[in-house]
Design a protein around this ligand. Structure first.
Ligand code: DUC
Ligand code: ZN
Ligand code: ZN
Length: 458
C-alpha cells in the first residue's frame, strides 16, 4: 500500500469499525486489520470519517457590484481545514443568460484553483426551450442537480416556469434544489417596514417570516406533485416549512430537505446585537426563533431532514455589509460557514447527544453524495472509493475566531464559541492536504467531479 491509516475507529453511515485503511494511489484499496504501507498514519484514539461534502456554497458570487469574499481557492482551503473535501457551488447565470456559457464561466473560475474536489449545480433562471435543451445536454455531462429560485431579481421563476423545469429535470435525472421564499410577500413586508422607518438589521427577519418560506415550500411541493417530480428544499429553517415537507411525503412524494448550522445554533436574537452588528447575520431565509432549534435537531436525528450544508456566502462586515446601513434590504445576504460546519455539528450534535456518530456522517457526507450523484466515489469509506478521509480528534478543543479560521472574511458568526473535536489530518484522493490544522495542499489539487443522474422512482 502507498499509505496505511492504522488503529483508527472508522465511521461510515452504515457502521463503526476498528480497522486499518490501505490507500493505493487515489483510492481506498483495503479495510482490514494489520495493513502495511510505505507511509503510516497512526490514528490511535481518533475517528476516521469519509471526507465531508458541503453541497451548498457560494464562492465568488456576485450580487450587484459586490462579490462574496471567498474565491475558489480561499474558500476551498477553508473547507479543507474544516474537514470538507468536496463542495458543490452553482453556475451564476441569470434570466436570459446562456446556460452553457454559465457553466463555462464558472468552470474557468474554479478549474485549477480549487484545493478540494468540487461539483456544480446548474442555476435555472428561466424555462425557455433553449434552456431546456441545454439542461438535457448538460445532464449527460455530469451536471446532476439544478437550483431554482422563488425570489431574487433575475433568478426568480413564475409557477408555470417552475412546473416546466420540474418536468424537465425529472426527465433528465437532474435533482431540483429550490430556494423557497415568497417574493411578493417579501416585497410587501419590506416596503411596510421601511415605510415605518424600520430600517435596522433586526427588521430583516420580519420581512421574511417563517410563513414566507413555508408558503413557497408548500407551493413548490404541490407543483412537484402535479408533475410527479422529486424535489430538494434548500436551507429549511423552521417548523412551519418542515410541516409542509412532511405533508408532501405523506402524500407519497419524494421531497428531501437540508438545513444549515446557523439555523441549528443561531437565532433571531442575534439581530439584536449592538450597533450594526446584526448585519453579520443577515442571510436568507433569516435566523429564526430559538424554539426551532429542537425541531430541526430532532428532524436531523430522525431522518425528516437529510442534509446539513452551509450556504457559505461571506461578505466583509467592514466594507460590504455596511452597504445596508440605511436599510436592511440593502445588506448583502449571507454569512461564512464552510470551515465551521463539521466541527460545530460534531461538537453540538454528537458531543451533546443530539446526533449519533453515524447520523452525523450521513447528514454531512453520505446523503449529499447520494443525492447529488457522487456516491460511492464520495461520501463513504469503501474499497474503490476515493481516499478522501478525515482523521478526527474528538477531544481537541478549539475556540472559533475569524482570526484563526481560513475563511477570507472579517468576522465569524460563532466568534468565541468553543468546539470540542476537530479535524487533525485531511486526505484528498490519497494526498494529505491538512496536517494538524495547517493546509499543506495546493490550489489546483481539487478536480471537477461529474455527478451521476438522479435515480427517481415514483
Ligand atoms: N441566501 C443567502 O443568504 N445568501 C446567498 C443566497 C441565499 O439564498
Ligand atoms: Zn438559497
Ligand atoms: Zn444559497
Amino acid at each position: 500500500m502507498d499509505c496505511a491509516i492504522k488503529n483508527g475507529t472508522i465511521v461510515t453511515a452504515e457502521r463503526i469499525v476498528k480497522a486499518d485503511i490501505g490507500i493505493q494511489g487515489e483510492k481506498v484499496a483495503a479495510i482490514e486489520p494489520g495493513l502495511k504501507g510505505d507511509k503510516i498514519i497512526d490514528a490511535s484514539g481518533l475517528y476516521v470519517f469519509p471526507g465531508f461534502i458541503d453541497p451548498h456554497v457560494h464562492l465568488l458570487m456576485a450580487i450587484g457590484d459586490l462579490i462574496s469574499s471567498d474565491d475558489f481557492t480561499t474558500g476551498t482551503i477553508a473547507a479543507a481545514c474544516g474537514g470538507t473535501t468536496t463542495v458543490i457551488d452553482f453556475t451564476e447565470n441569470y434570466r436570459g443568460d446562456d446556460l452553457l456559457e454559465g457553466v463555462k464561466t464558472r468552470r474557468a473560475q474554479a478549474d485549477g484553483k480549487v484545493a478540494v474536489d468540487y461539483s456544480l449545480h446548474l442555476t435555472l433562471a428561466d424555462a425557455t426551450d433553449k434552456t431546456l435543451e441545454q439542461l438535457s445536454l448538460l445532464a449527460q455531462e455530469g451536471y446532476a442537480s439544478a437550483k431554482l429560485y422563488t425570489t431574487y431579481e433575475g433568478l426568480r421563476l413564475q409557477d408555470g416556469e417552475i412546473l416546466r423545469l420540474l418536468a424537465a429535470t425529472r426527465d433528465c435525472g437532474v435533482l431540483p434544489m429550490i430556494h423557497t421564499e415568497n417574493n411578493d410577500a417579501i416585497a410587501y413586508l419590506t416596503a411596510e417596514l421601511l415605510r415605518q422607518g424600520k430600517t435596522a438589521p433586526k427588521y430583516h427577519p420580519m420581512s421574511r417570516p417563517p410563513l414566507v418560506e413555508a408558503e413557497a415550500a408548500n407551493r413548490v411541493t404541490i407543483l412537484a406533485q402535479l408533475v410527479n417530480a422529486p424535489l430538494y428544499i434548500a436551507h429549511l429553517t423552521c417548523r412551519e416549512t418542515l410541516e409542509r415537507v412532511q405533508a408532501a411525503r405523506q402524500r407519497g412524494q419524494k421531497v428531501y430537505a437540508e438545513t444549515c448550522p446557523q439555523y441549528l445554533l443561531l437565532s433571531q436574537d442575534d439581530y439584536e446585537r449592538p450597533g450594526f452588528e446584526g448585519a453579520k447575520f443577515v442571510l436568507s431565509p433569516p435566523l429564526r426563533d430559538k424554539s426551532n432549534w429542537g425541531v430541526l435537531w430532532s428532524a436531523l436525528a430522525d431522518g425528516a431532514l437529510q442534509v446539513v450544508a452551509t450556504d457559505h456566502c461571506p461578505w466583509y462586515y467592514e466594507t460590504q455589509k455596511v452597504r445596508g446601513r440605511d436599510s436592511f434590504a440593502k445588506i448583502p445576504n449571507g454569512a461564512p460557514g464552510i470551515e465551521t460546519r463539521v466541527p460545530l455539528l460534531f461538537s453540538e450534535g454528537v458531543g451533546k447527544g443530539r446526533l449519533s456518530l453515524q447520523r452525523f456522517v450521513e447528514v454531512c457526507a453520505t446523503a449529499p453524495a447520494r443525492l447529488f450523484g457522487l456516491y460511492p466515489r464520495k461520501g463513504t469509506i469503501a474499497v474503490g472509493s476515493d481516499a478522501d478521509l478525515v482523521i478526527y480528534d474528538p477531544d481537541k478543543e478549539v475556540t472559533l475566531s475569524y482570526k484563526t479560521l481560513h475563511q477570507r472574511v472579517d468576522y465569524c458568526p460563532y466568534e468565541g464559541r468553543v468546539v470540542r473535536g476537530y479535524p487533525r489530518t485531511v486526505l484528498l484522493r490519497g494526498q494529505v492536504i491538512v496536517e494538524d490544522g495547517h493546509f499543506i495542499g495546493y490550489a489546483g489539487q481539487g478536480q471537477f467531479i461529474p455527478g451521476k443522474a438522479f435515480a427517481f422512482q415514483s
